[in-house]
Design a protein around this ligand. Structure first.
Ligand code: PMP
Length: 431
């Protein structure tokens, strides 16, 4: 495969853009480096790069592109918004329509606020929880990613219930000390943390179905206990549904796990591919926010007509009958095929799948928490990633990410992908 033009553009990018990319994982550091492919055009389930190569895409831009690239209904909505003026700084009726759609789909949300990214949404839920409880500390779960605000870039690694250390330079230790990290699916350690710090905990932040160390579901009863114990301690529960809202069905992960949080943060899919975030929850909590309450949050771009129009259009596509069932079926076909090829070539592979999202781990051990995900074979994943890319399959460049199906993938795409998987596994097995 010729990627000369990507190589040239990457060299140029490195001269002008820090690291050559505008978000670090795009530089393939998680898969041993290499030349990031520069895409030129995307349509449906496919990417076309600057050298003219075609790829089947499972990155889906890290989740938002659930209706495939350049979906005509969304493209039309964005185009209409562009000709109507993309940014007003005043309220619009589009925002009312979208707020109602979100509330109808996620009943725990009584009031909502739109922002510009998942990072902003989560960051603000923490501020609101602190304002509401008059406390400062939060509990989070190891390996869950909640954006790049100071407070949540802490102790992404796992361990016992200890105070956090910053994961990034530039974050004061004093801020990290406000975060207690505990392993996902481990109720005993969570209980210990609440016993030790309960009176200081403003909120417990969790991905109800994890997307950031692969797709990892909570053990039965785990999230109910998380809720009950948090509430007993006087803390709020915040679900980070930036990945999961509208991913598995028309609604939130709350419906799947059967537990309702006090607040929910969203992003990704609800913007139809344009920048967006949103947070919402119980009305008495949301009324902490300006202009009604003492907690401040604002945004020049927040609720802009382009993002809101794209979000409405995306949800309209997802309301169509059968779209989630189709992603589930294709996901099952992928899972079965990959496991079959793994068995043939005697490779240690485990798959965590929920509907149209799956993670392929190179390991013999079931993955239920971050430590187990971390222990999977990253070198083998890196080789697999590069082999698949050469076969025309674009995966997320990290062993911790999911493969995302879209409404536009077809059975033929899955067959072609499985052919590439077989050829990649054969190469891995022969090493
Ligand atoms: N929360 C979760 C669960 C996420 O996966 C992400 C992004 N991957 C974020 C928050 C941050 O969202 P954004 O990149 O839009 O700021």
């Amino acid at each position: 495969m010729n990627i000369n033009r990507s190589k040239e553009l990457y060299r140029e990018a490195e001269d002008h853009i820090v690291g050559g990319v505008n978000s670090p994982s795009r530089a393939y550091k998680g898969v041993g480096g290499g030349t990031p492919i520069f895409m030129d055009k995307a349509e449906g389930a496919y990417f076309f790069d600057v050298d003219g190569n075609k790829y089947i895409d499972y990155l889906a831009a890290y989740g938002p592109i659930i209706t495939g690239h350049a979906h005509p209904h969304i493209a039309e909505a964005i185009s209409k918004a562009a000709y109507n003026g993309v940014l007003y700084g005043t309220p619009t009726k589009l925002e009312n329509k979208f707020a109602k759609m979100i509330k109808e789909a996620i009943p725990s949300i009584e009031k909502v606020r739109f922002v510009n990214s998942g990072t902003e949404a989560v960051m603000t839920t923490i501020r609101v929880a602190r304002a509401y409880t008059n406390r400062t500390k939060i509990i989070k779960f190891a390996g869950c990613y909640h954006g790049h605000s100071d407070l949540v870039l802490v102790a992404a690694g796992s361990g016992p219930a200890t105070l956090g250390t910053p994961d990034s330079a530039g974050i004061p230790t004093s801020i990290a000390q406000e975060v207690i990290t505990v392993p996902f699916n481990d109720i005993a350690t969570y209980k210990d943390a609440l016993e030790k710090y309960g009176d200081d905990i403003a909120g417990v932040l969790v991905e109800p179905i994890v997307g950031n160390f692969g797709i990892v579901e909570p053990k039965p009863g785990f999230l109910q206990e998380v809720n009950d114990l948090a509430h007993e301690a006087g803390a709020l529960v915040i679900y980070d549904e930036v990945i999961t809202a509208f991913r598995f069905h028309y609604g939130s992960a709350q419906d799947i796990v059967g537990v309702e949080p006090d607040m929910t943060a969203m992003g990704k899919i609800i913007g139809g591919g344009l920048p967006i975030g949103a947070y919402g929850g119980r009305v008495d909590i949301m009324e902490q926010i300006a202009p009604l309450g003492p907690a401040y949050q604002a945004g020049t771009m927040a609720g802009n007509p382009a993002s809101i129009s794209a979000g409405i259009a995306c949800l309209e596509v997802l309301q169509q009958e059968g779209v989630y069932e189709k992603m589930d079926q294709l996901g099952a076909m992928l899972e079965e095929g990959i496991l079959h090829h793994a068995e043939t070539y005697k490779l240690p592979v485990k798959i965590n799948r929920l509907k149209g999202a799956l993670t392929v781990y190179f390991t013999d051990v079931e993955v239920e928490n971050y430590d187990q995900a971390e222990a999977t074979d990253g070198e083998m994943f890196a080789k697999f990633f590069h082999l698949m890319l050469k076969e025309g399959i674009n995966l997320a460049p990290s062993k911790f990410e999911a493969w995302f199906l879209t409404t536009e993938h077809t059975e033929a795409d899955i067959k072609e992908t499985l052919r590439a998987v077989e050829s990649s596994f054969k190469a891995l097995a022969s090493e």
